[in-house]
Write a protein that binds this ligand. Sequence first.
Ligand code: XMP
Length: 326
Amino acid sequence: DWTPEHFIQSTVERVRAQVGNGHAICGLSGGVDSSVAAVLVAKAIGDRLTCIFVNNGVLRKDEFAKVQTTMREQLGLNVVAVDSSERFLSKLAGVTDPEKKRKVIGNEFIAVFDDEAKKIFDAEKSSGEEVAWLVQGTLYPDVIESSSVHGPSHTIKSHHNVGGLPEDMKLKLIEPLRDLFKDEVRRIGRDLGMPDEIIERQPFPGPGLAVRILGEVTAERVAMLQEADQIVVDEIKKAGLYRKVWQSFAVLLPVKSVGVMGDQRTYANTCAVRAVESEDGMTADWAPLPYEVLRTISSRIVSEVRGINRVVYDITSKPPGTIEWE
Ligand code: XMP
C-alpha cells in the first residue's frame, strides 16, 4: 500500500544502506524534483550530500539568492552555489537559434558542474573519503520518455561521467523518484515538511529565460524580462491562480512598436504574456485569465518595466502551439 510515509521511510533506509559511509553530490535547479530528491537523500546521509546550484544567468529575478536561502535555511541542505552567469551570457552572445541556445546552456552546465564536482571529489579524497554517488530527480515520465526532444534540462539526467570527470570518479546514480509521478513527488515533499513555495512551483525550463527571449540573449534583455516575468507571477498569485494554471510567464519578443508616454513618442519592446492549463505539459489550453488580471499585468508592465511599451496575450493552445515560444 503506497503512502508517502512508507515511501519516505523505505527510501531513506535503502539509500542509507546503499551509500554507507560514501558521499553524494546533487545538482539543484530550484524546482520540485531535484529539491525533493535532495531532501530525501539528505535525510538518509545528512551532510555527506553536497548540492550544487549553478546560476546560469537566465534564472528568474532574485532566484539565485532566494533558492540558496530556502535550501540552506529551511531545508538544511549543504549547498555549493556557483555564480556562472557571466560565463553563460558570454557563450550565449550572438546566439539566436533556440536549439543552439539549449546546446550552449547544456554544455556550459556540464562544464561548470564537473568543475565543482571535481573540487568536492578532490577535497573528500584528500581526507580519505570518496564521492561515489550522483543524485538525480528523475521521475517516472522521464524514465519512459528518456529520448525527449528537450535536451538541456535533461542533460543533468543523462550526465554521468561525461566531460571532465576524472577516470576514477565513476559516479553511481541514485534516483529516488524514478517510480513516481509529479503529484506523488509533491505529496512526498509536503510530507517531508518542505515549504509550498517549492512544492507548488510551476515548471521552469532548464534553459530558463533564454528560451523566452526571442533573438539574442543579452544581460539587458534578461533584466527586462525578469522584471516583466515577476509582475506576471505576482499578479497571478494575487489573483489566486498560480496553482490553477500549469505555467504563467512573460516572453520578450524581438519586435519594437510605437507608443506614447506622456507627450512623448516611444519606440520600444513588445512582451507576450502566456498562461496555460495542463495536466502534464504534453497538451495545454491557453488559460482564460480574467480581463481584470490581464489589465493589471499589462498596465504594470508598461509602467514599471523600462523598455517595454506593449503587452499582448498569447491565445494559442498546444497543439499546434508549444507552451514555450522557443
Ligand atoms: P513545450 O514548449 O515543448 O514545453 O510545449 C513543454 C514543457 O516542457 C518545458 N520545456 C523545457 N523544460 N528544458 C526543460 O527542462 C527545455 O529545454 C524545455 N523546453 C520546454 C516547458 O516549460 C513546458 O513545461
